[in-house]
Design a protein around this ligand. Structure first.
Ligand code: GLP
Length: 243
């Protein structure tokens, strides 16, 4: 596990964008695993900037997103499909048919999760998976549990996640209660993992997840066992890491 410390959010975003664009330059038809949330917005902005300058080309890139709220339509501005188009896909030359987000409108959870898992496999797996970190240690929408879920599955969101994500909705009541997410096994199969995290509010969970025991109670802790993980974190997020 490599940890890069940055001074602030901007530097974290630039470093993460650097790593993702290096992947695209080395393998133009790579599969990028992408994430949503507020943390990657600066990374996507930076990639867009470099695309506009002619430094990165997304014409052959393929993407798979980690997760999607169950029940939200693509045109709902809180869906992760909408988020990805707003922050990245509509701003670069990626082909729509090469981008993939779980279909939150498919009512048959098993069918959609099986389809998504098979899709990732058919693409040859993920070359680099971008991750954010939830306050309770979730990655994608893999919430604290007694086991590490292996495959793409439907989850019931915890109260703390609903609370954390309600800022994007009119009220907590509007936050969907379920989501489709890649499993921990799906994420661990990625060839490389890039986790980004910033802010003092995440300092406790960073210390727990990456310097504490590996446990499904802290889903991100499993990343300690992946052979190629890069964490890019600002100083504030690393402030409680044991020296
Ligand atoms: C959401 C997403 C995660 C994300 C996390 C942190 O619930 N499903 O993929 O990493 O919350 O979000 P933020 O970056 O806004 O703190």
């Amino acid at each position: 596990m490599k940890i890069y410390a940055t001074n602030d959010y901007q530097e974290m975003s630039r470093k993460a964008a650097n790593i993702l664009s290096a992947q695209v330059i080395l393998k133009p038809d790579c599969v990028l695993g992408l994430a949503t949330g507020s943390t990657p917005i600066g990374t996507y902005d930076q990639l867009v900037d470099w695309y506009k300058k002619g430094d990165v080309d997304f014409s052959e890139v393929k993407t798979v997103n980690l997760d999607e709220y169950r029940g939200l339509t693509r045109d709902n501005d809180q869906s992760y499909y909408y988020f990805m188009h707003e922050h990245l896909f509509d701003r670069v030359n990626i082909k729509e048919e090469n981008t993939h987000v779980p279909d939150g409108t498919e009512p048959d959870a098993q069918k959609e999760c099986d389809r998504y898992e098979a899709l990732i496999e058919s693409m040859g797996g993920v070359d680099i998976q971008l991750l954010g970190l939830g306050h309770n240690g979730h990655i994608g929408f893999n919430e604290p549990d007694s086991v590490f879920p292996q495959r793409t599955h439907c989850v019931n969101l915890t109260e703390s996640t609903i609370e954390a994500n309600k800022r994007f909705f009119a009220s907590a009541d509007d936050v969907p209660r379920q989501a489709y997410t890649m499993g921990i096994g799906t994420i661990m199969k990625a060839k490389k993992i890039l986790l980004i995290v910033n802010g003092e509010g995440k300092a406790d969970i960073v210390a727990k997840a990456f310097f504490g025991p590996v446990t499904p109670e802290v889903p991100a802790s499993i990343l300690q066992l992946h052979r190629d993980v890069i964490i890019v974190a600002d100083k504030a997020a690393l402030s409680k890491v044991p020296v």
